[in-house]
Design a protein. Structure first.
Length: 235
């Protein structure tokens, strides 16, 4: 089993380095953002309600101001379907905590598969697993039905008017989703899409270690994007 895991890790790492090359070219073209080039950024609050998983960050009771960015993965114009992204940044001790969630299915296996969507009423999951004291876990956000915008107005306008709320959940292995927090978007930031860069591999929640094929795939791609961003700024 360990030999299989080592081979799988080597393959996904090599795939990540291979994909990093075209992503680097796209990053140069887009000024440092190969994916999710444009988004809407909001002030929000993450209210953790406490749990019993044996992972302090997941079990804690806390209310934290956070920044949320919602975006389209390939940057395709609406209403075309795209991989929608939900990024959350929490303050941390010395470094932030970043959560990156993407539209997927809800089930034990479909939660591992990205899904193109054109509407906000979607399931967002980390896809990437985290190693923890409770085992391998994944995170998800489910929009609360009564807060999903029902009209064609821009998302920022809808949030300003009505807010937008998500139930945040964790699943151990292929087990069921267990809600542990609530994410409430309150208002759009005044500046249009400020330059905030999220990194789920370098900035995981305390007690959660990025693990598995997705983490090994993302690491070199993220590193290449950071390098291209630095080069773009220097130029």
């Amino acid at each position: 089993m360990r030999a299989v895991e080592r081979v799988a890790g080597a393959v996904t790492g090599a795939a990540g380095r291979l994909v990093a090359v075209p992503l680097g070219a796209i990053a140069r073209w887009r000024g440092g953002k190969p994916m999710h080039p444009r988004g809407a950024v909001f002030d929000a609050v993450l209210e953790r309600q406490g749990g019993d998983l044996g992972v302090p960050w997941l079990d804690a009771r806390s209310s934290d101001p956070v920044v949320v960015r919602m975006s389209r993965g390939a940057g395709l114009p609406a209403p075309l379907p795209d991989l929608l992204g939900l990024a959350v940044r929490l303050p941390g001790n010395g470094s932030p905590v970043d959560l990156l969630l993407t539209t997927t299915g809800r089930g034990p296996l479909s939660r591992l598969v990205p899904v193109l969507r054109s509407d906000t009423a979607a399931v967002y999951t980390s896809i990437m697993g985290y190693r923890s004291a409770a085992g391998s876990v994944r995170l998800a956000a489910f929009p609360e039905a009564d807060s999903v915008p029902s009209d064609p107005h821009p998302l920022a306008e809808a949030v300003s008017r009505d807010g937008l709320r998500f139930a945040v959940a964790v699943a151990v292995g292929l087990g069921p989703w267990r809600p542990f927090a609530r994410l409430c978007l309150t208002r759009p930031l005044p500046s249009l899409d400020p330059d905030i860069r999220f990194d789920a591999v370098r900035n995981p929640p305390p007690g959660l270690t990025p693990d598995g094929p997705m983490a090994r795939f993302r690491a070199p791609a993220y590193a290449r994007a950071r390098a291209e961003r630095s080069a773009t700024r220097s130029a």
